[in-house]
Every structure is written in structure tokens, then in C-alpha cells.
Design a protein around this ligand. Structure first.
Ligand code: CS2
Length: 505
């Protein structure tokens, strides 16, 4: 089978959408750090629409760790397919907005040169939560992070996102080139100000003058990004290549829904994002909060409780009526009252999320969403919990999500088999689980003491400790599926710590 490329583009089946412009003649106006599945199914698609009107906004992509994406896409002229899947149909679309992929560890100078190109006016990021090298509980740079200490030892050859941004901004300033605008597109709370603070704090460890410049003169435009994009599977590659009639080494599968809300703060220029469906706002924070608390909070809750019950994907988990009811009630009773979104119909937003989670054509693994819980929990569940505790309100369903993360982080599932826990804190979390054993009170107290996740205020909040301990007790005694089922019956809710004991596996 021949390969997807500029040359084979013309021979694709007529139903496959392809760039309406000539991707050979576009020029890069954006450097994007972190060319993963999400970026390719989200931002790169908006820019593919945009390039039809304005050819100066193509993307120079960069991988900060591995060369595999570059190796897959370079032989196909950086073209790739997005498969948009719903229960009814799949639509295929070839994207041409990615011009190249630079691999930072292989050649940091090439990436720095791209970042210093005056034609680059925006640097966007999807480096995942842990790519910011911060303390998730406080949102401040972690100065002891191994990537940060390495970059501080060799600041002109950086490999972390904060290190690359600071060094390229320093070089642009020294050369008299206006700074680019930084546009973080990760699921972090207040991702604009958070990224701004982290990069400034990193720069301060290098040079106070640079830190002052970044703080004062560099714009960070926050965004809310939303599209469910599971990791590409071997089956996706085979099916999509067969439908194209040419091989695509790394396509991406996603849902029809897509949303992008962007804070309009680009002093050195930007494309007309609104012309391709992005919403430009002055304050993006309420949108981020809504999305993180509603979608991502529900997603993580489903991921831990679903995985523990043996459900492989989100749609399989949602097919269990007790789980659907749990996330609906979680959103309605515990999350929606914490949000202030005048002009947004939150009930309709919730219903749309539930429908999206049900999408049977997306094989979104619970294990994938369960990854990096220590970095995700603060903005997905703990902010909502703090909000409610401050008002003396119940947090039982939110606490069940937190307890399910703890149960998962012990690294042993309900059948006694090991769980492949992927998390920067995995080793520590596993050791805590081994030490505390299956004593819910001891385990809850030990996990709540992880300050990088829970800060200092939650570990001894009596109501929160009670709710997490009760939920953990039920997860150990009855298992996840029975715990979730019990929540459908008002007589067993909130979970009682003295629920009947189920024999251990
Ligand atoms: C998911 C998100 O993997 C995860 O943690 O919750 O990637 C989610 O699919 C996106 O934020 C949807 O916009």
C-alpha cells in the first residue's frame, strides 16, 4: 500500500475531505509544543480551516520527548487523517496544517531557532499537566523538578516547556524581536496565568531581568479546549488506512464535538480564530472552570470507578445505568451549584456531556483517563470540593471519585491483579498503599497527607476525611460496581462505613 502524501492526496476516495488550499505553500506562524493526538484533532483542525483563507498560520510542531510522531508523519509530508466518529457514521478528513515536527532532545538548537523566528507570533502548548513542572496543589513551579534542575544547569539547551519558553524569549529580546504570545491549551485551571507564573518563576531562577521582562512584556492567552480524543489504536490505523486506500502511519480518531474558547490577548497578532468557530472572550476562566469541573471531573470519576469494576472504556462504563446516574447526580447536585455561568444552560451542557460519554464509536479507555491522577485531581475534583466545604455542603459523590483514585493508586485491583498505574508519583503512591494496607481510615489519612495533591487544608477537614474514608471502606468491602449501585438507593446514601462486608478476593 502506498503512503499518504502530497502526491497521493489527489487519489483519495471522494468522500475523504482534504485541504482546500495547497499545503506546500503555507508558512508557519505558530510553534506548537507537544504534537499529540489532542492537538492534531483539535487546534490543528481549526488551523486547517483557517489556512484556506490565510496561509501564514501553519504550525511548526515540536515533540519534547520522543521522535515517534515525527518518524511516523515526516514520510507522509506531515499529512494525517482525523476520523470523526459517532454511533451513526465515520467521516475522514486529511489535515495539512502541520508543516514539520522538530524533536527537542535530538536538536534543541533547531527548535530554539524556530521559536526565535520573527514570523512566529504564537507558541501554543499541549504538554499535559505534568509538562508544566509545577506543584499541582499550588500551581507554582516546582524548583526541584528533575527537568527544571537539568534546564537550570544548562539553560541554553533546555528541554522542559518552561525552559524552552524562557530561553527563546531571552534570545528574542536580545535580538530585538518582539516576543511571541504564549497560548497554553492544557486542562489546567487558569492555564494562561498559571503558565505565565510558572515561566516567570523559572526565569527568576536564571536572571531577574528576564523574569521581569516575561512578567511585564509577554502575553499569555488562556484557552478552554474541548474534544474527546482517545489514543490511536492499531485497529484505528488499519481501518483508516483501508478506507483511505493509502497507509497513514498515525491517524487520530475523535468525536464530532469540538470547542475552543480563547482569551483575546495577542498584542503581536493572531489569526482570525473566530472565523473558524473559536469563541474569543475577555475572560476565559469561567469556561475553563466549567469544563474542568463538569467534563473532566466526571471523566476521572468514571475512569477510576469504571476501571475498578472491570470496564475497559468510558462508553462501556456509561452503559451501566448506576454509573450514568452517578455522573448525572454528581454534576447536577455537586458541581453545577458551584458554577456561575450566566447565559449558559448548564443542564443542557450536562446532558450533552452524558451523550458524548455514551458515544459507542469512541474506544476511550478508562485506563488512559486514569493516568496522571495526582496532576489532574486538584482542578477536576478538589476545587469543587473546597468550594462546597466552605459553604458546609455535602461532597459524597466527589469524595467517592477521590477515594476511587486512592483505591486505584494502591496498584492492586479488585481481583488482586496489579494495575499499571501511570503517574509521576506512582512509586510513592504505591508505597503508601503497601504501608497502610486495606485499612480505610489509615489509607485515606496517608493519601490525604500528599501535600502536592491535597495542599494543607484538606487533609484534616473532618467532613472530607469522613466522606473519603467511608467511600474507601465501601470500595474495599463491596467493590466499585456495588458501591456505585448502592448510591442509586437513597437508603444506602451517603455510603455508610459499616456496609456489609464482602469476602476479599
Ligand atoms: C480526559 C481528557 O484523558 C483525560 O484525562 O479527561 O483528555 C478529556 O478527554 C478532554 O479534556 C476532553 O476535552
Amino acid at each position: 500500500m502506498s503512503r499518504l502524501s502530497y502526491k497521493t492526496l489527489e487519489n483519495l476516495p471522494p468522500a475523504v475531505a482534504r485541504p482546500s488550499y495547497d499545503p506546500r505553500v503555507t508558512t508557519a506562524g505558530i510553534v506548537h509544543l507537544g504534537v499529540g493526538a489532542f492537538h492534531r484533532a483539535h487546534q490543528a483542525v481549526y488551523l486547517d480551516d483557517l489556512l484556506a483563507r490565510d496561509p501564514q498560520w501553519a504550525i511548526a510542531g515540536a515533540s519534547l520527548r520522543r521522535a515517534d510522531m515525527r518518524d511516523a508523519l515526516a514520510p507522509q509530508d506531515n499529512l494525517y487523517t482525523v476520523a470523526i466518529r459517532s454511533g451513526e457514521a465515520t467521516r475522514l478528513r486529511v489535515i495539512g496544517s502541520l508543516k514539520m515536527i522538530l524533536v527537542a532532545p535530538e536538536d534543541p538548537e533547531a527548535l530554539l531557532a524556530a521559536l526565535c523566528d520573527p514570523a512566529i507570533r504564537i507558541v501554543s502548548l499541549t504538554v499535559t499537566e505534568k509538562g508544566y513542572c509545577h506543584d499541582p496543589a499550588t500551581g507554582d513551579l516546582d524548583p526541584d523538578h528533575p527537568d527544571i534542575t537539568a534546564d537550570l544547569d544548562a539553560p541554553m539547551r533546555p528541554t522542559s516547556a518552561p525552559g524552552l519558553l524562557a530561553e527563546s524569549l531571552r534570545r528574542r529580546r536580545a535580538a530585538g524581536i518582539v516576543p511571541f504570545t504564549v497560548m497554553p491549551c492544557d486542562n489546567l485551571p487558569e492555564n494562561g496565568p498559571t503558565a505565565h507564573r510558572i515561566v516567570t518563576q523559572y526565569a527568576a531562577l536564571r536572571d531577574g531581568g528576564l523574569a521581569g521582562f516575561i512578567e511585564r512584556d509577554v502575553a499569555f492567552a488562556g484557552t478552554m479546549v474541548d474534544r474527546i480524543v482517545p489514543a490511536t489504536s492499531e485497529d484505528d490505523i488499519t481501518q483508516i488506512s483501508a478506507a483511505l486506500g493509502v497507509a497513514d502511519a498515525w491517524p487520530v480518531a475523535t468525536e464530532p464535538f469540538s470547542q475552543w474558547v480563547i482569551e483575546d490577548r495577542f498584542p503581536t497578532g493572531r489569526p482570525d480564530f473566530a472565523s473558524v468557530g473559536a469563541e474569543m472572550v475577555t475572560d476565559v476562566e469561567p469556561y475553563e472552570r466549567m469544563k474542568l469541573r463538569m467534563l473532566n471531573g466526571a471523566h476521572s470519576t468514571l475512569a477510576y470507578l469504571g476501571y475498578l469494576a472491570g470496564y475497559e472504556t468510558v462508553s462501556e462504563t456509561m452503559a451501566d445505568p448506576a454509573y450514568e446516574r452517578l455522573v448525572r447526580d454528581l454534576m447536577t447536585d455537586e458541581v453545577m451549584p458551584t458554577l456561575e455561568m450566566p447565559g449558559t444552560d448548564l443542564a443542557a451542557y450536562r446532558d450533552a456531556l452524558i451523550a458524548r460519554f455514551h458515544n459507542p464509536a469512541l474506544q476511550h479507555r478508562t485506563w488512559q483517563i486514569a493516568m496522571d491522577g495526582s496532576q489532574k485531581l486538584p482542578q477536576r475534583l478538589l476545587g469543587t470540593i473546597r468550594h462546597r466545604l466552605a459553604r458546609g455542603e455535602a461532597v459524597d459523590r466527589l469524595a467517592l471519585g477521590v477515594a476511587a483514585w486512592m483505591r486505584y493508586a494502591t496498584g492492586i485491583d479488585e481481583t488482586g491483579a496489579p494495575i499499571d498505574v501511570k503517574d509521576p508519583l506512582a512509586g510513592r503512591l504505591r508505597a503508601i498503599g503497601d504501608e497502610a494496607g486495606r485499612d480505610p481510615a489509615k489509607l485515606a489519612a496517608a493519601y490525604l497527607g500528599v501535600e502536592a495533591v491535597f495542599g494543607r487544608d484538606l487533609s484534616d477537614h473532618p467532613e472530607f476525611v469522613r466522606a473519603v474514608t467511608a467511600a474507601l471502606a465501601s470500595l474495599f468491602q463491596r467493590g466499585a460496581a456495588a458501591t456505585v449501585a448502592a448510591m442509586m438507593r437513597p437508603s444506602t446514601f451517603p455510603i455508610a462505613a459499616s456496609s456489609p462486608r464482602r469476602p476479599d478476593p
